[in-house]
Design a protein around this ligand. Structure first.
Ligand code: ZN
Length: 59
């Protein structure tokens, strides 16, 4: 997974109507409550890579 792909996931999986994920509904016609699995995963990935960059900067 590249940062670009993760950014795309984050930009699609957004809160939609009635607390559902707009991206899941649009892409897969799936009704997932937001944050859905993809949004959570992408957010975690982002946090991890930011931490990694931070730690690399300290060395
Ligand atoms: Zn989603």
């Amino acid at each position: 997974m590249t940062e670009d792909q993760v950014g795309r996931i984050l930009s699609v999986h957004l809160p939609g109507v009635e607390g559902l994920c707009a991206g899941c509904r649009w892409w897969w016609a799936r009704l997932s409550p937001y944050p859905c699995y993809q949004a959570e995963w992408a957010a975690r990935w982002h946090a991890r890579s930011a931490t990694r960059r931070f730690l690399d900067g300290l060395r």
